[in-house]
Design a protein. Structure first.
Length: 185
């Protein structure tokens, strides 16, 4: 069962190349957010397939790892601003995928969101990006387990942690929207 493939990823890259972006118009960058949403939905579908026993946990992890491979390809969108935003988006997606992988692996944390974030920022300052991503992904696991991401987190401006948190926020938003949709049915 393949829930995300190279063709789907390439379709997003095509859309990103075609879109006109204007640094003065935030709405011109919405396609980047839509790409993140699509990744999150694909990951949620992997979780559903595992929960419904349509896919083994190991197959779900393999599916997530395959999606991560797409992010490791060299991408040139033909525009410096688009390339920069894609790098931000790529980092957010790394956090999304790591969170889902950790969820399937049963990795989580008892620490609260604020403590995890502070520790991640400290690790980033020390140059331990892998350790920082690990902590942010554990925040994502907490969200996947039903905890709501606090709105009042102190987030550093110029930080890769900020990009990763965007991914966790996308998971949080997708879950909130799915609850709203489920309530309307």
């Amino acid at each position: 069962m393949e829930l995300y493939n190279h063709e789907r990823f390439n379709n997003w890259l095509k859309k990103l190349r075609e879109v006109d972006v204007d640094i003065e118009k935030a709405e011109s960058f919405v396609v980047f957010d839509q790409m993140v949403e699509d990744f999150v939905v694909a990951c949620l579908n992997v979780l559903d397939a595992v929960k419904n026993r349509e896919m083994k946990k190991s197959e779900g992890i393999n599916e997530i790892e395959k999606m991560n491979e797409f992010l490791n390809t060299n991408v040139d969108l033909g525009n410096e601003i688009k390339n920069e935003f894609f790098e931000f988006t790529r980092e957010g997606l790394r956090a999304v995928l790591q969170s889902f992988k950790y969820y399937l692996d049963g990795k989580s944390s008892k620490k609260d969101f604020g403590a995890l974030l502070r520790e991640a920022v400290n690790r980033e300052k020390k140059g331990d990006l892998e350790g920082a991503l690990d902590l942010i992904a554990r925040m994502g696991v907490k969200v996947l387990k039903g905890e709501k991401l606090p709105e009042e987190l102190e987030i550093p401006e110029d930080s890769i942690v900020l990009n990763w948190l965007d991914g966790i926020d996308a998971i949080n938003t997708a879950l909130i929207l799915s609850e709203i949709d489920a309530g309307e049915e």
